[in-house]
Design a binder for this molecule. Structure first.
Ligand SMILES: [Zn+2]
Length: 259
């Protein structure tokens, strides 16, 4: 399994823009200056493309990690990562996260949704980009379909208390519920973007479809998905399971808010 380094957007940016100045060139005449300008822009383009290649590799590693935790099967699920204020990497349409390659990573402009590298992003790219645009602290959006959480998403969700283990109030809070709407539709995108406008929403259940978790980095989004799957497994498999009491939940919620 690939190891994923925790890179915040700002740290990543400082890496992206650390371009070595081309001071060694002679620039005492106009031709020299023009050459230097050209050389600098070549270095910048070269560094940017190298950085974008390494970001894609890191993204591919994260997709494999998602699959390694059993959060998706075959072509279900998709992942996005904001690497620059205006650029997001997304898994390609129809791709299997377990087997994703660098060639299946789409780079899209956040405002227009336009793909910058000729790939076709997941058909759910609209809500990925919408969430990332509205939530500055979120850099990763994970759409997953783990077995127990998806089973819960297919039944009555009203009145379920998910606070089985301490991780739910600490990392997730109360999941948002999105009614069934056709996958890839504008209606679904709007409904998802809407529930994630609330900065307290870290995970959403999409009825008869799957789930979405968000995080500051890959591990943050992945662990929310894994902890929620565990709570759903407890709910569905242990008839004696009792959730934490309200007092404990309130206290743990505060711990999560400070983290
Ligand atoms: Zn979906």
């Amino acid at each position: 399994m690939h190891s994923i380094s925790v890179v915040t957007r700002s740290v990543y940016h400082s890496r992206m823009y650390s371009v070595r100045p081309a001071t060694s060139l002679v620039n005492n005449n106009q031709g020299g200056l023009a050459k230097e300008t050209l050389y600098r822009s070549q270095i910048r383009t070269y560094n940017a493309s190298m950085q974008s290649e390494s970001a894609k590799k890191e993204f591919v590693g994260a997709c494999h990690k998602v699959a390694g935790y059993g959060l998706v099967s075959c072509s279900s699920g998709n992942l996005s990562w904001q690497i620059e204020p205006d650029t997001v990497l997304l898994s390609a349409s129809g791709s299997w996260l377990a087997e994703l390659t660098v060639g299946q990573v789409a780079a899209c402009e956040i405002e227009s949704g336009q793909c910058l590298n000729g790939k076709v992003p997941t058909c759910e790219s609209v809500y990925h980009l919408g969430i990332l645009k509205n939530r500055p602290e979120v850099n990763v959006v994970l759409h997953f379909q783990s077995p127990y959480a998806t089973a819960i998403a297919c039944g009555e969700t009203d009145g379920i208390n998910f606070n089985m283990t301490i991780e739910v109030p600490v990392y997730i809070g109360t999941p948002a519920i999105v009614p069934y709407l056709p996958p890839g539709s504008d209606e679904l995108a709007r409904a998802v973007i809407d529930v994630f406008k609330d900065s307290e929403t870290h995970l959403a259940i999409l009825k008869n479809h799957g789930l979405i978790s968000v995080g500051k980095d890959f591990n943050d989004a992945i662990q929310k998905a894994v902890f929620f799957e565990m709570a759903c497994r407890i709910i569905l498999t242990d008839p004696n399971a009792k959730p934490l009491d309200d007092d404990a939940v309130k206290r743990l919620h505060k711990v999560g808010a400070k983290a």
